[in-house]
Write a protein that binds this ligand. Structure first.
Ligand SMILES: *Cc1c(COP(=O)(O)O)cnc(C)c1O
Length: 417
């Protein structure tokens, strides 16, 4: 258990909720594709005196005194980010993935400019031009979808839309696409219309860092990412880019969008980047992909219908209705059995967003706690059992007890035993 003694004294209500959440994370099989377990070192960095310090500006050019240590922290984070991702420039100040993307717009576009990204119900992110997001409100957004039969990216459609609408920037990367991205092909399309290619690798930056996903550089000019998904750092964001965009991107983050950087987060990002540069991180990234492939195969063997028939990365999307439940009914049954996932739209989904047809799974969290390919058959069996028992609370509870027991064999990084 984590040491919450000071919180217990000051605020027992919050202390109790934190420790309940900790137990929940310990005892369930967490398959939410955007989540993970940050290491003890990352967690410790976030809870330090660095949270007390204001540092508007950039190293060597701050608006407040007393930056002799903060400047070194941020510079280390930047140098590590550049080295890990082979980037000419890095900004580690974005408060999270969405503000990182917002800064890209602010740096490159005027309100009303045309931009292009993958449509949200097909797997794209809100910030890639979805209609209710600032990106769809302030810019003229063109959205590409997926091929109607293969449910993979249709480069002909992307090229056609690009030539017709001539967007200023093109987003690649998504939140629910189980296949790799052909950044080179996108760069070719962007070059034809003189657009800037941006890769949002929020979900799979850990796989890129670990060498098991195609690299966005040199094809993309700008790369954005969260730091808390497969990269396994604190909640935060980064922008990596070619030198040519460095000044505009830095100015877009500060003073364009943000005030003082979250220095405690910057330190935790630096720690996570150091961890990600070690050999065992490569092994972790390789095991994430192997676990996703094993889980996909085991689910298909049990009659689950996977979008694109499998996965290349950490993520699986399946059609729950092929097993007789809606996405929400399926994810609720799984939750009651101790397996966490989220319902998700599938390509060309006929159902409504709040109760779509699909369920999205990811293997980063289970990999971080040491589960391997040999365990994925059992996880698939439990998902199948939870589906079958969706109207049987007693049976779901008995699965939950087995899963609690199973999970106790896998310690969670960042949670003291
Ligand atoms: C998660 C995600 C983001 C946004 O991250 P937040 O930290 O939640 O703001 C941006 N882009 C993609 C593709 C994502 O999956």
């Amino acid at each position: 258990m984590s040491d919450l003694s000071a919180i217990v004294t000051t605020d027992p209500d919050i202390a109790k909720l934190i420790s309940q959440e900790e137990q929940r994370q310990l005892h369930s099989i967490r398959l939410i594709a955007s989540e993970n377990y940050a290491s003890a070192a990352v967690m410790q960095a976030t809870g330090t005196v660095l949270t007390n310090k204001y540092s508007e500006g950039y190293a060597g050019k701050r608006y407040y005194e007393g930056q002799e240590y903060i400047d070194q922290v941020e510079t280390l984070a930047i140098e590590r980010a550049k080295a890990l991702f082979g980037a000419e420039h890095a900004n580690v100040q974005p408060y999270s993935g969405s503000p990182a993307n917002q800064a890209v717009y602010l740096a490159l576009c005027e309100p009303g400019d045309t931009i292009m990204g993958m449509s949200l119900p097909f797997g794209g992110h809100l910030t890639h031009g979805w209609k209710v997001n600032f990106s769809g409100i302030q810019y003229k957004s063109v959205q590409y979808e997926l091929h109607p039969e293969t449910h993979r990216i249709d480069l002909d459609q992307v090229r056609e839309l690009a030539k017709e609408h001539r967007p200023r920037l093109i987003w690649t990367g998504a939140s629910a696409y189980p296949r790799t991205w052909d950044f080179e092909a996108f760069a070719g399309i962007a070059a034809e219309i003189d657009a800037v290619l941006v890769a949002d690798i929020a979900h799979f930056s850990g796989l890129v860092a670990g060498g098991v996903h195609p690299h966005p550089f040199p094809h993309a000019s700008i790369v954005t990412t969260t730091t808390h998904k497969t990269l396994r750092g604190p909640r935060g964001g980064m922008i990596l880019s070619k030198e040519e965009y460095a000044r505009d991107l830095d100015r877009a983050i500060f003073p364009g969008l943000q005030g003082g950087p979250h220095n405690h987060t910057t330190a935790a990002i630096a720690v996570a980047l150091k961890e990600a540069s070690q050999d065992d991180f490569k092994d972790y990234a390789r095991r994430i992909v192997a676990n996703a492939a094993a889980l996909a195969a085991a689910l298909m063997e049990r009659g689950f219908s996977l979008v694109t028939g499998g996965t290349d990365n950490h993520l699986i999307l399946f059609d729950a209705t092929a097993k007789g439940l809606s996405g929400k009914e399926g994810s609720t049954a799984m939750q009651l059995a101790g397996i966490e996932a989220n319902s998700n739209a599938i390509p060309f989904d006929p159902r409504k967003p709040f109760d779509p047809s699909g369920i999205r799974l990811g293997t980063a969290s289970v990999t971080s706690r040491g589960m391997n390919e040999e365990h994925m058959g059992q996880v698939a069996a439990w998902i199948d059992e939870a589906f079958a028992a969706h109207e049987d609370p007693g049976k779901l509870d008995s699965i939950r007890k087995q899963i609690n027991e199973f999970c106790s064999g896998f310690p969670c990084p960042g949670i003291p035993t």
